[in-house]
Design a protein around this ligand. Structure first.
Ligand SMILES: Cc1cc2nc3c(=O)[nH]c(=O)nc-3n(C[C@H](O)[C@H](O)[C@H](O)COP(=O)(O)O)c2cc1C
Ligand SMILES: [Fe+2]
Ligand SMILES: [Fe+2]
Length: 452
């Protein structure tokens, strides 16, 4: 607890008493002139509908005191406004607040903004350019009565003896996210980046329980779909002088903060990079087959695609039903081919399971294709193709359907299909690239009569 803290802490009403999660009774000093003024939510079990947490979360907000003013960095979820304001009041008067920095406008960080602005109307709001649109939605007409500035990488705000240096880091959860570096205090506010849903009132990473699982789980579900953007954020952060990372959720990283940045770097790197050459592309073929017809097609497509020396092709039978391990491979690959027979008017469930697992990764722009054997209606291939387009993949070849078991001529058509897919990957074939904007391409049915 620093001097300011000692002077201002005084058992004010509204400050939660020490709770079972070791909730701090007041603001907590994290660096010279910097306090944690957030809130603990130990009872939360589901976040943003999809994310589970085994022991709640924290909404971290901070107050930075400089010679010429106080900056508040983020707020908390609305239900926790009272605790947040009580902690803030321990370290600053409302009329001292010169800046309100919003690193991300999701409600878990902005719930207390309207009330804070009522009490500190002079606070100048700093958001990213993309954040401004969301801020308008949040404050509506009230925004016109506020002072605000949209900031970008390179913009700074001085608090007298320390500086808030903004870093535009979009999509490290929402498009509006930004980080804030305080070089004089060697600390970095990262919002959702490098955070996790882990509730422990001891707050600091060298004091709390083992949160490794939460840290990786949070990355997997929140950051992973935006890996490219996370890599861009790391590019900005890595050169900075940092002794402490203050995220928007979970433990404050003051012991070995660089290790966490390094861990993020490992998590965003494509995993096959060491094994696959720079000029080599990768193509994965997944299939399910009840009677072997789709399996024979898959093998022929594999053989045709493999004729291209610049494409590394892999073939996987999904009969075992386990799909989770393949999500990592798919994330790192250039092209994907899915083979399924039509069973009861649909693709086989294992294929859907794998496709639904792709929501956590970036699939936009990868090459996609579908094939399969069928008996009479043969809808499966078209349905899979639609899903691939929904995932923003490029589908340059119309899906290949073959009635029952393939003949030698049909197997040759499969090999040719494989050759063409490899050709698209290496740029030897331009073909018709149908991204999400393009209309559906009818599956190509190999008709024996047409083959002559
Ligand atoms: C239980 C069952 C349901 C099927 N339903 C359909 C169907 O709805 N539409 C269709 O075109 N073919 C249907 N078929 C035919 C299969 O698609 C066809 O036998 C195909 O060649 C199987 O390919 P596979 O050897 O790769 O499993 C069905 C087959 C089975 C065994
Ligand atoms: Fe978020
Ligand atoms: Fe958040």
């Amino acid at each position: 607890m620093d001097q300011t803290m000692r002077e201002r802490t005084g058992g004010r009403p509204g400050v939660p008493a020490a709770a079972s999660h070791g909730e701090p009774t007041g603001a907590v000093a994290v660096a010279q002139g910097v306090h944690w003024i957030g809130a603990l939510d130990p009872d939360l079990r589901t976040f943003d509908v999809i994310l589970r947490t085994a022991n709640g979360t924290t909404y971290n907000a901070y107050a930075v005191r400089g010679r010429d003013g106080v900056a508040v960095i983020d707020t908390v979820k609305e239900d926790f406004t009272e605790a947040f304001l009580a902690r803030l009041e321990q370290v600053a008067r409302y009329d001292e607040i010169t800046a309100l920095v919003l690193t991300h406008l999701e409600p878990d960080h902005t719930g207390a903004v309207p009330e804070l602005l009522r009490r500190a109307p002079q606070a100048h709001i700093y958001v990213s350019h993309r954040g401004l649109m969301v801020l308008r939605g949040l404050l509506k007409d009230d925004l016109e009565h506020r002072a605000y500035t949209a900031v970008d990488t390179g913009d700074t705000v001085s608090l007298g003896d320390c500086t808030l240096a903004f870093l535009c880091t979009p999509y490290v959860h929402w498009p509006d996210t930004q980080c804030v570096h305080v070089p004089e205090r060697r600390l970095l506010f990262t919002c959702d980046l490098l955070g996790c849903h882990f509730c422990d009132g001891r707050l600091f990473n060298d004091r709390v329980g083992d949160f490794r699982f939460s840290f990786e789980y949070y990355f997997e579900h929140i950051m992973r779909p935006f890996k490219r953007h996370v890599a861009g954020a790391l590019d900005l952060i890595e050169p900075l002088e940092i002794d402490l990372i203050a995220p928007g959720h979970g433990p404050i990283l003051r012991a070995h903060p660089r290790q966490y940045i390094a861990q993020y770097r490992r998590l965003v790197d494509p995993r096959l990079r060491a094994e696959v050459g720079r000029d080599e592309k990768t193509l994965l073929i997944f299939y399910v087959s009840a009677y072997g017809a789709t399996a024979r097609m898959a093998q022929a497509i594999h053989d045709g695609a493999s004729e291209n020396p610049h494409v590394r092709v892999s073939l996987y039978d999904l009969q075992g039903g386990e799909v989770a391990p393949f999500v990592n491979l798919i994330e790192a690959t250039d092209g994907l081919v899915f083979g399924t027979p039509t069973i009861n008017g649909d693709a086989v469930r294992t294929i859907w399971d794998l496709l639904s697992g792709l929501v956590d990764i970036e699939t936009r722009g990868k090459l996609g294709a579908a094939f399969g054997s069928y008996g009479w209606t043969g809808e499966a291939v078209r349905m899979v193709e639609e899903r691939l387009r929904g995932l923003r993949m490029q589908v340059p070849e119309a899906g290949l359907r073959i009635k029952l078991h393939p003949t030698d001529a049909e197997l040759e058509a499969c090999r040719d299909f494989g050759r063409r897919l490899s050709g698209h990957l290496t740029g030897h074939l331009s073909g018709h690239l149908s991204g999400s904007a393009a209309g559906p391409v009818a599956p190509k049915e190999i008709d024996m009569a047409a083959l002559g």
